[in-house]
Structures are given as structure tokens and as C-alpha cells.
Ligand binder design. Structure first.
Ligand code: NAP
Length: 311
């Protein structure tokens, strides 16, 4: 449509986002406005109070009238340790919730982009996990996330992708970066495990992938996404402190000691090695190969410039 030389774009499609108040959900909304896809799509965001994915009635009542072309599912039960004593809740969200969305998409000819985790792997490998590698989750969270993947790929094999990500953090919600900055600001000496290896991933680089996937729905199956590089939680804590000092978020250095997992017991077992091979994703979606350090600096700078509370 053109009026006196000004082109007016009609948004013809609707993208639905579930889990809109989580750290990934918030980041997707941040990234959306500056993405050219927002000229084409209306983004409709739903938090848990507006759309409870565990309830088929809530899914259909909320989505039926909206002519939705695609859903990004950023909703999940993510309390890894709590899941060990509350498996039914984890399963309801991570498996049944994923299943409900896949059924709805099947009935309404919509495409589903679902987010999963490196915790579907055992961690016994010594080189990056490929999407086709066998899953062997070690805890309830990973088991329920894997079950959600299986349901989606079975119910919606041609019209869905599962994007596994690892070690997510951002300026939003609760995550390792914000927790470390808070503890470092309290100036207590820290001990951080140095024998779990993975790839820290900013929700911004993941959001960029997910939005790119909305534009290119020719793919189906499992994809991996993480920021490039492999480090331990201890290495990550050291880098967070270095960048926090540079950005002025921290006033002085706090001692950080490397410790083995055996000295830091948690209810859920974590994979010792969970680096994801993202090469196919970069190739298929023509994505920029982000690096974990660059992405960390960007999040720390956002925390610093926006003076977001690190608590
Ligand atoms: N965090 C990580 O380190 C990490 C690593 C790898 C993969 N992932 C995956 O990445 C995705 C996003 O994680 P995140 O870090 O953004 O998690 P998050 O901050 O915990 O956000 C999850 C959101 O899901 C919502 N939710 C929970 N149950 C729901 C339900 N029944 N219906 C609708 N919404 C519901 C939560 O709402 P409430 O706040 O009301 O509970 C929350 O807003 C998840 O699939 C997760 O498994 C996360």
C-alpha cells in the first residue's frame, strides 16, 4: 500500500510468545522492535497468568481467535534442583505443556519453535554434542525437557524446531552472571566449580536465532545454539569479575577459588561436559558466530548503563 510516496506496511501475520516474563521471553521482546520481521508480524506476548501451557483449555481459549502463524515457546519449569523433589510440576510444564502447544499448532497449521537444554545430555562426551547424539539426562529437569522434545517432534515433525541452548544468562531474572555480581559486590570469597565445562549463552544471541527461525520456516528437527567457546563455571566467574570491574559494577576484586563438583553438592546432577555443536544452525540459518566473551561484555554493559538491579 502506498500513500503519497509513503509505504504503509500491513502486518499480516501473528507470532505468539509464551513465557513472556522469563529472561528469554523478555529478551525476545527487547530484540523484536529492532528486527525487520516486526514490520510483517504482530507479536502477541503471554505470561503464565495469560496462557498456562499446562492447560489445553487455557491454550485454546487464549490462542484460538488469534490466527497465529507461529509460536515461540519460552515457557518452562527451569528450577533444576527443585525439580528433583517436584517432578510432577516439571513434567506438567516441560512435557505436557510442550505437547499442548504442539497439538494446538497441528490443529491450526502453525509452526512451533521450542526451546530446550544441554541438560538432555549425560555429559560423558569430550567433544561438542551434535543434535543427533543420544540423550541421557541425569536429572528430572533434563528428563522432562527431553520428553517435551520427543512429544513435539512426534506430534509436529514437519512444522517445528527444537532449539537446545546452554548456560543462559541476561540482564533479566535469576542467572549465574547476576548471582556472581551480587556475591562479588558483597565481597565474600567465592568457590566455584571448575570441572563442569560448557558454553555460556546470552539470551540475546539465542533470541536472535529464534527470531531468525520465525522468518525461515523451511526447517524441522533439532538445532543447537550457544555462544562460541568452552569454559568452566570457575572461568566464567573470573571473566564476570573482570568485566564487572571494568564496567564499574564492582568496586574491588574478590578472591575466587576453583573447586571440584564433589565439593559443591546439589540435589540435581549436572553434566560434566555439555558444549553444544552449533555449526549446523549457523550454516542453515546464516547466523553470526557469537563469542561468549563478547556477549558477556554486552550484558554487563547493559546492566551497568541501565543500572539494573543485580539482585
Ligand atoms: N536458564 C538456563 O540456564 C537455561 C539453559 C538452557 C536452556 N534453557 C531453556 O531456555 C528456555 C527459557 O528459559 P529461561 O531461562 O528464560 O527461564 P525462566 O526465566 O525461568 O522463564 C521461564 C518462564 O516460563 C514461565 N512458566 C512456567 N510455567 C509456565 C506455564 N505453566 N505456562 C506458561 N508459562 C510458564 C515462567 O513463569 P513464572 O515466572 O510465573 O514461573 C517464566 O516466566 C527454557 O525452555 C529453558 O528450559 C534455560
Amino acid at each position: 500500500m502506498s500513500r503519497q510516496g509513503t509505504s504503509v506496511q500491513v502486518k499480516s501475520k501473528t507470532l505468539a510468545l509464551t513465557g513472556a516474563k522469563g529472561q528469554l521471553g523478555k529478551t525476545i521482546q527487547d530484540c523484536w522492535a529492532s528486527n525487520p520481521l516486526s514490520d510483517e508480524y504482530v507479536l502477541q506476548c503471554f505470561d503464565r497468568s495469560q496462557l498456562d501451557i499446562t492447560s489445553p483449555a487455557s491454550v485454546s481459549e487464549t490462542l484460538n481467535s488469534k490466527d497465529i502463524d507461529c509460536i515461540i515457546n519460552a515457557a518452562a519449569y527451569t528450577a533444576v534442583d527443585k525439580a528433583e523433589s517436584d517432578p510432577d510440576s516439571a513434567q506438567a510444564v516441560n512435557q505436557l505443556g510442550a505437547e499442548n502447544l504442539a497439538r494446538w499448532c497441528g490443529d491450526h497449521n502453525a509452526y512451533l519453535i521450542h526451546v530446550s537444554t544441554d541438560f538432555v545430555f549425560s555429559g560423558s562426551k569430550a567433544e561438542p554434542y551434535l543434535p543427533k547424539d543420544a540423550c541421557d539426562p541425569q536429572g528430572v529437569y533434563g528428563k522432562t525437557k527431553q520428553a517435551g522434545e520427543v512429544s513435539i517432534l512426534k506430534l509436529l515433525p514437519q512444522r517445528s524446531i527444537v532449539v537446545r541452548a546452554s548456560w543462559l544468562y541476561s540482564e533479566y531474572g535469576r542467572n549465574f552472571v547476576k548471582r556472581m555480581l551480587r556475591l562479588m559486590a558483597e565481597k565474600e570469597p567465592l568457590a566455584v566449580v571448575n570441572d563442569q565445562i560448557g558454553s555460556p549463552t546470552s539470551t540475546h544471541s539465542l533470541a536472535n536465532f529464534l527470531i531468525t527461525a520465525v522468518a525461515d520456516k523451511n526447517h524441522s528437527g533439532i538445532f543447537h545454539w550457544s555462544d562460541g567457546g568452552e569454559i568452566s563455571w570457575y572461568d566464567f566467574a573470573v571473566a564476570i569479575q573482570e568485566e564487572g570491574l571494568k564496567a564499574g559494577l564492582l568496586g574491588r576484586q574478590t578472591p575466587i577459588a576453583p573447586i571440584p563438583t564433589a565439593e559443591y553438592s546439589t540435589p540435581a546432577k549436572r553434566p560434566a561436559y555439555s558444549v553444544l555443536d552449533r555449526s549446523q544452525s549457523i550454516l542453515d540459518y546464516d547466523l553470526r558466530a557469537s563469542s561468549w566473551r563478547e556477549e558477556l561484555v554486552a550484558v554487563i554493559n547493559r546492566l551497568s548503563s541501565e543500572s539494573k538491579n543485580v539482585n
